[in-house]
Design a protein around this ligand. Structure first.
Ligand SMILES: CC(C)(COP(=O)(O)OP(=O)(O)OC[C@H]1O[C@@H](n2cnc3c(N)ncnc32)[C@H](O)[C@@H]1OP(=O)(O)O)[C@@H](O)C(=O)NCCC(=O)NCCS
Length: 190
């Protein structure tokens, strides 16, 4: 038996410090803790409490065979052998071939170690080379300094600033729209 089979963890995309793995239903409580944590949810805009029952429903078989507009991975720390966050695409538009990146590190002791940068770069490569996306975009709100810096390090280019777009912590703040085109990403990664 190879490493990982014991606990049902197998990499879908391999990285150096982390792998991107399929989310496992046994992590429902963990995901619940992350998504309800005041500091973690602050800029993810999880404004409604999320119950474990709701999370468990994500793992129920669906008869919906339409094209997915959403894909999520768990960020799994290879050395520490533990799930620490999530990253994925939502709003995938198969006609225009674009999608939005979301990501969060739920285990706060892993913040500041550039893990979101590695996870996002793996996700972006997957988006361009497997899903055949043309453009990948991301939105960050002004007070989220960590994400603004991470977006630059990932290689996103800023396309627009939407004034007073989002209500965060009692005030309207600007939304910064970042994007990356496949041709520019290929140029950077040849
Ligand atoms: C935002 C988040 C994804 C960043 O992930 P991360 O792996 O910690 O990112 P990094 O390690 O690359 O750190 C990002 C940058 O923020 C900087 N930073 C850390 N704390 C900061 C602070 N309080 N103010 C300003 N910058 C800060 C770091 O110094 C780093 O920049 P540097 O490498 O130039 O020094 C992570 O903190 C998180 O999950 N937060 C909660 C959920 C969330 O906000 N998700 C994003 C929604 S868009």
């Amino acid at each position: 038996m190879t490493e990982g089979e014991n606990d049902g963890v197998f990499p879908f995309i391999e990285g150096e410090i982390i792998d991107l793995v399929a989310t496992n239903s046994k992590w429902a409580n963990l995901i619940g803790r992350w998504m309800n944590d005041p500091e973690v949810r602050q800029y993810s805009r999880n404004a409604w409490p999320l119950t474990i029952e709701e999370i468990k429903k994500w793992f129920e078989p669906s008869s919906d065979d339409s094209l997915k507009d959403f894909v999520v991975f768990t960020i799994y720390h290879k050395k520490d052998k533990r799930p620490i966050g999530s990253v994925g695409f939502n709003h995938i538009n198969w006609l225009n071939r674009n999608a939005n990146v979301f990501g969060s590190i739920g285990e706060k002791e892993y913040w500041g170690r550039e893990i979101i940068v590695e996870a996002s770069k793996l996700l972006i490569k997957y988006g361009f080379t497997e899903l055949n996306l043309h453009k990948i975009y991301a939105g960050v709100f002004t007070p989220n300094k960590r994400s603004l810096r991470a977006a630059e390090k990932i290689g996103f280019k800023k396309e627009a600033v939407l004034k007073e777009e989002v209500y965060v912590d009692g005030e309207y703040v600007d939304a910064h729209k970042f994007a990356l085109l496949k041709k520019d990403w290929m140029e950077e990664n040849k």
